[in-house]
Design a protein around this ligand. Structure first.
Ligand code: 13P
Ligand code: SF4
Length: 453
């Protein structure tokens, strides 16, 4: 059973170390890191324990049998190898990115594997990037060492996107590392669709669920659109194109208004689309007195209370928003009088009836920004509460939020991959006929939505 010694400062953490660790095939690895001279100095602001934590976090999914040992400084080069041996015990070969260390071990007869560093990112750049990230991410309790750990990847993403003339769009339910680390625009589904259409970038990386990437592609067929991960949505999965065709047979002549949280095939069967920020406007803009509204039954019930038209509904729900209950709203009202309570359209109507405003994610943020109240309960996904804490630190959140398992699938590594070497499933490609039909319903929505403003 061979044992490898891995010698690296791990400060700042660089991709070369990680890549090297992934390739080590020896059964056991000792990771030796400088524990005194490279700690808490201007050049290396983290302590040994903090660096150990970063490494453990990075290696979580690697299935590597390792232990981390701190190696105190010694100034005599000739004694250095013996010094290390005394501290870490026996090992059979060495991995290192440091040329001097490599020479010293080779002189003592060890086989040494050199590690290639991502040399075009310097320690100073990583530190500056970590500081930039910490200013935002620190507001939602991310530590400086966490920011240092992700800095090499956000730097690489931001460089690549500039080089490729790409823009990164992030829905407000994304994680803060994506929203504040790499996104050019953060917004709701309507706002991001509009940016995708108006921006002159040829390449769009859409950090959100799949249907939003599809929407961007439908509106801009000539642009390249990528999604970092293929993330679904319970509403989009609740209805198929065939279901819509059956509805149209059952209710001939009744127009179909389709919430954007649907597949391109479903949009292609619809008369017009809407988002939660313009649904009521779209419904009211149609001359018909009866309308098929798909697929969100809860949103449909909320809209039904706001319009005189008769809505025929489908039985889809959002697995995130359907979980909030009225009791939580009543409890917050009783405990924190004066709190403004806002809910997304996808909540149940018993929740919607009890709140101060029902709207889209964008409407909720606008309300918080413009309202003088200090306390808010936001009945929606946690990305919105993260945004409020980051962007409006004087406003306080009460009550709890819910995580969307689909939205939270997207990781920084996926964004990097979509820019570097996109996999087939990251590229949005649609059948020409479906795209053209779906485009008509989305174009109609964009037209009415902008006209009404
Ligand atoms: P918004 O249009 O409000 O961004 O909503 C999208 C969504 O998926 C809500 O769950
Ligand atoms: Fe879909 Fe609900 Fe997640 Fe929005 S929050 S993406 S509607 S599952």
């Amino acid at each position: 059973m061979k044992k490898a010694l891995f010698i690296g400062r791990f400060q700042p953490f660089h991709q070369g170390h990680l890549d090297a660790l992934k390739q080590i095939s020896e059964s056991e690895v000792i990771i030796g890191i400088g524990s005194s001279q490279y700690s808490e100095t201007d050049d290396n602001p983290l302590s040994f324990e903090e660096r150990k934590k970063i490494i453990e976090e990075k290696l979580k999914n690697l299935n590597l049998n390792y232990k981390i040992i701190g190696i105190p400084d010694i100034h005599e080069e000739t004694e250095w190898v013996d010094h290390v041996k005394k501290i870490v015990g026996n090992f059979d070969m060495v991995y290192t990115g440091n040329e001097l260390v490599q020479t010293l071990f080779e002189q003592k007869g060890y086989v040494v594997h050199g590690i290639k560093k991502n040399i075009d990112i310097s320690a100073t750049e990583i530190r500056t990037e970590a500081k930039r990230l910490f200013e935002k991410l620190g507001k939602t309790k991310r530590t400086f060492s966490y920011c240092l750990g992700i800095a090499p990847i956000t730097l690489e993403i931001n460089r690549l996107k500039k080089k490729q003339n790409a823009i990164i769009l992030a829905h407000s339910y994304q994680t803060t590392d994506i929203m504040y680390g790499v996104a050019d625009f953060i917004g709701d589904s309507y706002g991001l669709a509009k940016i995708a259409s108006q921006h002159d970038a040829q390449k769009i990386i859409f950090c959100s669920v799949h249907f939003m990437g599809e929407t961007a592609k439908i509106l801009n067929p000539e642009k390249e659109v990528f999604v970092p991960a293929v993330a679904g949505c319970s509403l989009a999965e609740s209805i198929t194109a065939e279901d819509v065709r059956n509805l149209k047979t059952r209710y001939p002549g009744i127009p179909v208004v389709t919430y954007v949280n649907t597949s391109a095939e479903v949009k292609a069967e619809s008369d017009i689309c809407c988002t939660s920020s313009n649904a009521l406007k779209i419904i009211e803009s149609l001359p018909d007195e009866t309308i098929i509204f798909i697929p969100d039954i809860l949103m449909g019930q909320n809209l039904q209370k706001q319009t005189k038209k008769k809505l025929i509904l489908w039985n889809g729900t959002c697995i995130v928003h359907e979980q909030f209950d009225r009791q939580a709203v009543d409890n917050i009202r009783a405990q924190f009088p004066g709190t403004k309570i806002l809910a997304h359209y996808e909540c149940t109507s018993s929740v919607a009836d009890a709140v101060d405003m029902v709207g889209s994610t964008g409407d909720m943020l606008k309300y918080v920004k413009e309202n003088p109240a200090e306390h808010y309960m936001l009945i929606t996904e946690c990305g919105i509460t993260d945004r409020v804490q980051t962007e409006f630190p004087d406003k306080h959140i009460v009550g709890s939020c819910q995580l969307c398992p689909y939205m939270k699938q997207i990781k920084l590594e996926d964004v990097l991959n979509a820019l570097k070497s996109p996999k087939k499933e990251q590229i949005i490609e649609l059948d020409k006929e479906i795209l053209e039909k779906a485009k008509k319903s989305l174009d109609r929505m964009m037209e009415i939505s902008t006209k009404a403003k």
